[in-house]
Design a protein around this ligand. Sequence first.
Ligand code: 15L
Length: 266
Amino acid sequence: MKLRRLLVTGAAGHVGRIARARLGHLAETLRLSDIAEMSPAGAGEEVIRCDLADREATFRLLEGCDGVIHLGGQPVEAAFDDILQANLLGLYNLYEAARKAGTKRILFASSNHVIGFHERTTRLDASAPLRPDSLYGVSKCFGEAVARLYWDKFGVESALVRIGSVLDAPKDHRMLATWLSPADFARLAEAVFRAPRLGCAIVYGASANDESWWDNSAAAFLGWRPQDNSEQFRAMLDAAGPPPPPEDPYNRWQGGGFATAGHFED
Ligand code: 15L
């Protein structure tokens, strides 16, 4: 189904720019929003600057939107007060605005950091217990819980996409497992908005990498088939330096540096 108007929040960010470049065909109009400045609207685009922590502005932003790709918010660990505004208040405002506007479907950019304190030797599926590795990860757990509530109570459908690492190429050996190519991200968004029924589905956002910690069988009904594989970059990473030794805690946890970093407030 072609959407009438697809809102992309966080459109000025790294993944937002990928969505803007690759996903315009999903809707008659792409509405792009960010707290930061964006380049001017092109054909079929609307550009609206919006702080999602501003509830009234967010209500106006969602008017007329039948789908959302929600990428806006704090993208890494930060002080709690910053996370509170962007990822808790902003997330709540977005879902409440979607409910009021009658928006049917949301792709929520959750993160692998909701399960970052699982060991790399553990294979996870959609039933894995949440084990956030940071306050940022906790905020994404909140987002998943709000999305679930808005499905169960109000029928707003969501894909909870636990994104790994969206980059042109993995930057370190951990990302051989977490890498999600921009093309596979775009294919996933296409599958989310094409599916006749979505409900509230958990999807691990990784490409078809040889090294894999995540099992997406519960989301197989979407028909998403990632096509890229990080293995092509292994030699390049090996040449740049060996991975941390197995006893290094960075290598133990799926969340890598998020799990081993100190507490931000200290
Ligand atoms: C994330 O959730 C971050 O937004 C991104 O910057 C990367 O750090 C990624 O996780 C990752 O785990 O590699």
